[in-house]
Design a protein around this ligand. Structure first.
Ligand code: HEM
Length: 492
């Protein structure tokens, strides 16, 4: 009897807390249906924090492609499949262009800068960043030379391994990160530079921590940052060290700035700050500069280097595909000159393999979370302004109605009957709409030039039988990374 009384009391308290925590619930009661939530924990018991995208796919079987899932006390609109994601991000582009904040982002004070901001701040920072990066060569031939130079350094590093097994993680991060360094800091770093190596290790560690189930748990229940603080504190310490590195670079730029001759992204931002110094509402201030530089680094380094690393693993598993790419490289580029962007249109097979790598590895399965910027009607449901939205990229890149064999690595997904390159609108590795990746042009150049240079110079082999190579990712909460592996770069 005593136990019964305790249970009733607990249920009443949980029920009351649920009502308190369901802020402004009447505005949310015309959202699409979804699984029934429990008080406080919402649909936690139906969500696998290590593979949220798989949980959402399972829930879609019962609740359809547009559903409300309660993540803790928050109601989240989950969009599954090409049609729903395209309808939101492209057809209602302005409404779905907001960025939702997880409490972890707020606690880490990451709310300044391009990637996490909203409204006028985001518009100004996005316009400025994209046009400045373009001025310095993003997607144009000037940066092609930098990437070619970096690709040469990268092949030299691989050559030093003399075909013995090595983990390619850090080498690939160096090369990719140096391209962003050239654009943002106006300089590249030597691969032996201790500061640079240290900063990249911090980046890699934070990517791992952000993708761990702990980060997701903190996002749903911020109280856990107090109960299990270890992971959170580590993220914070790493972040502060990275910020110090960036601060030192900004100080150096300020000391040597010549107003009419910007050398790189930081100079351009400092000049804009000067021009707007009389505007009390300006978005061009140090907080936004620090965070935008950090965004470009974080978004630009991990994504591209992980794609290359995953791509090399896939090619070791499928040596016949690797050979076919090498044959195309040999016939179009040969061995006597560096690969160039204009080669791409003559290399449909290589282009198809690169697109298929991006589709298959599905780097950001949940996308970065969006938010509605105003009240809207979506498929007959009322979605209030400020609703968190998950446009599930996994469900687009693996949409069974859009791809012939979504679960297999199949370059034919991007080839027509004559062997020509064919784009598929469901290729949303960079997302779609107004928030589409700001570095898409740069990433595509890097992937093509690095990948072709590596395969022009080496054949990549594993110690393992290709049959036994696992392509399963290690962590899937936020980004997907391949298992740690070793490769042998055999000179051709
Ligand atoms: C293979 C490489 C890459 C992939 C797969 C990738 C993917 C993505 C995705 C999925 C988003 C979220 C879009 C959304 O919210 O709907 C994003 C945003 C972003 N990416 Fe990339 N990205 C890559 C490379 C880069 C590079 C090289 C840069 C650096 C110049 C970059 C800079 C950014 C920025 C700044 C954002 C935030 C944009 C905003 O909030 O307006 N990315 N990226």
């Amino acid at each position: 009897m005593e136990l019964f009384g305790t249970l009733v009391l607990a249920a009443i308290i949980l029920g009351l807390l649920f009502l308190v925590f369901r802020k402004d619930s009447s505005r949310y009661n015309r959202m699409p249906p979804g699984p029934t939530p429990l008080p406080l924990i919402g649909n936690m018991l139906q969500l696998n924090l290590r593979a949220l995208h798989e949980s959402f796919m399972k829930l879609k079987e019962t609740h359809g492609p547009v559903m409300t899932v309660h993540v803790g006390s928050r109601q989240v609109l989950v969009l599954v499949g090409f049609e729903a994601v395209h309808e939101a991000l492209v057809q209602q582009a302005d409404v779905f262009a907001g960025r939702a904040h997880s409490p972890v982002v707020d606690m880490l004070k990451l709310d300044f800068g391009l990637a996490q901001s909203n409204g006028e701040r985001w518009k100004q920072l996005r316009r400025f960043s994209v046009s400045t990066l373009r001025d310095f060569g993003m997607g144009k031939s000037s940066i092609e030379g930098w990437i070619q130079e970096e690709a040469k350094n990268l092949t030299e590093e691989f050559r030093k391994t003399k075909g013995t097994p090595c983990d390619p993680t850090i080498i690939l991060s160096w090369a990719v990160s140096n391209v962003i360094c050239s654009l943002v800091f106006g300089q590249r770093f030597d691969y032996q530079d201790k500061n640079f190596i240290g900063m990249l290790s911090l980046f890699n560690e934070n990517q791992r921590l952000f993708s761990s189930p702990f980060a997701m748990l903190y996002g749903m229940f911020p109280i856990f940052t107090k109960i299990i603080p270890g992971f959170f504190n580590k993220m914070l310490t790493n972040l502060n060290e990275i910020k110090q590195f960036i601060s030192a670079m900004i100080d150096r730029h300020q000391a040597t700035l010549i107003s009419d001759n910007p050398r790189d992204f930081i100079d351009s931002f400092l000049i804009k700050m000067k021009q707007e110094s009389d505007n009390p509402d300006t978005e061009f201030h140090f907080d936004n500069l620090h965070m935008t530089v950090l965004n470009l680094f974080t978004a630009g380094t991990d994504s591209t280097s992980t794609t290359l690393r995953y791509g090399l693993l896939i090619l070791m598993k499928y040596p016949h595909i690797q050979e076919k790419v090498q044959k195309e490289i040999d016939s179009v580029i040969g061995q006597d000159r560096a690969p160039a962007m204009e080669d791409r249109r003559k290399m449909p097979y290589t282009d198809a393999v690169l697109h298929e790598i991006q589709r298959f590895i599905d780097f950001v399965p949940l996308n970065i979370f969006h938010m509605t910027t105003k009240d809207t009607i979506f498929r007959g449901y009322f979605i209030p302004a400020g609703t968190m939205v998950v446009p599930l990229l996994y469900s687009v890149l693996y949409d069974e109605t859009k791809w012939a064999t979504p679960h297999s690595f199949n370059p034919d997904h991007f080839l027509d009957d004559n062997g020509g390159f064919k784009l598929n609108p469901a290729f949303m590795a960079f997302s779609a709409g107004k928030r589409i990746c700001a570095g898409e042009g740069l990433a595509k150049m890097e992937l093509f030039l690095f990948f072709c240079s590596l395969l022009q110079n080496f054949s990549f082999r594993s110690k393992e039988d290709p049959e036994n190579i696992s392509l399963l990712p290690t962590s899937t909460t936020f980004v997907k990374s391949p298992q740690i592996y070793e490769l042998m770069a055999i000179p051709r």
